[in-house]
Design a protein around this ligand. Structure first.
Ligand SMILES: [Zn+2]
Length: 328
């Protein structure tokens, strides 16, 4: 991991050619999106590091709110973020009878505005209610939970070594996955609690945000989630364009996805933060991923190639665009 200063003038224009799969691609027309610029020099995302941090989270056991495994993992996450130079706030409270422990890591001076939010949920589901035989057993949560946290820990390592010219807060939401089918607002308790008690910065501090959920699965594809299209269409288009320029157009697919009630839904609709949710979803209507909410959501479902596609896209996007140059 090099520590050399990045050359910020190293820009190259790359022409955006549209989403067509035809060959040769059609010439740009007046309706084509404008070309986007990617900084050629940016930190190198390591999928091996992210994979290792998924393993570490799994090593604690299921991260179920209120358990000792959950508390031990929280201490480790706080220490890892502090080691990367973040000022960490642990938000503790109770929301609808559930203990909440949100972990908020600030990079960049507290006075900097606007800020950018990156988030994932760090808890894991207490019941494998989609498991055919072990419905009362906990979900290991390798993909559903740990993968997003692991990618953001690797992003945080780069934020500490190559500071961005804007402030970034990484928030690990607690108690996302305690929901019950058909029970309104029973998921996403951590983000709902934060919206009722925002700290250390109010939602209005954030220009936009990006949320990662289930970003390590084998053969994952990420359609354009419907709430993200509604609340942050320009941000979403830019992220998918970046992925395409990096060669990940088969993973970040340009198809309209379904609306998903996840942390970003609450942050956008209740908090006014334009959020994009990068989340695995089968475009053929077969749900999230085959092992979702089963005891088989363990390290065997994780593919470094998916972690690499997501992490590399996120790094390229963050080091090429800022709240000053991009509206959501
Ligand atoms: Zn889940």
């Amino acid at each position: 991991m090099g520590n050399a200063p990045m050359r910020w003038w190293a820009w190259i224009p790359i022409l955006w050619m549209g989403w067509s799969c035809q060959s040769p691609p059609p010439p740009p027309s007046s309706s084509s999106p404008p070309p986007i610029l990617l900084r050629t020099e940016r930190p190198a995302f390591s999928a091996d590091s992210a994979y290792k941090w998924i393993e570490t989270q799994l090593h604690f056991g299921p991260r179920i709110p209120g358990t000792s495994a959950h508390a031990a993992c929280a201490e480790w996450l706080v220490a890892e973020l502090q080691r990367r130079g973040a000022r960490v706030t642990q938000q503790r409270g109770t929301f609808r009878g559930t203990p909440i422990r949100n972990i908020i890591a600030a990079f960049g001076a507290d006075s900097m505005r606007p800020r950018v939010l990156l988030s994932a949920h760090w808890d894991s589901r207490p019941w494998a209610d989609r498991d055919p035989t072990q419905g009362n057993a906990p979900v290991p949560g390798a993909n559903d939970g740990a993968s997003g946290v692991a990618v953001l820990l690797e992003v945080a390592r780069h934020l500490s070594q190559n500071a961005l010219p804007y402030a970034v807060d990484i928030i690990f939401w607690d108690a996302e996955d305690l929901g019950r089918e058909g029970v309104e607002d029973s998921y996403c308790l951590g983000s709902q609690y934060w919206l009722a008690h925002p700290e250390p910065f109010p939602p209005s501090s954030y220009a936009w945000g990006i949320h990662l959920d289930m970003v390590g699965g084998r053969q994952a594809v990420f359609p354009q989630e419907a709430y993200s299209r509604e609340y942050a269409p320009n941000l979403l288009n830019h992220i998918w364009q970046v992925a395409r320029l990096l060669g990940y157009e088969r993973i970040f697919i340009p198809l309209s996805g379904e609306p998903i009630t996840d942390d970003p839904y609450y942050l956008s609709s209740k908090g006014g933060i334009p959020m994009v949710n990068i989340i695995q979803r089968d475009p053929m209507g077969k749900g999230f991923f085959p092992e979702w909410h089963t005891t088989r959501d363990d390290i065997s479902v994780i593919d470094r190639a998916t972690l690499q596609a997501v992490g590399e896209t996120l790094i390229a996007f963050l080091y090429s665009f800022s709240p000053q140059t991009l509206s959501p």
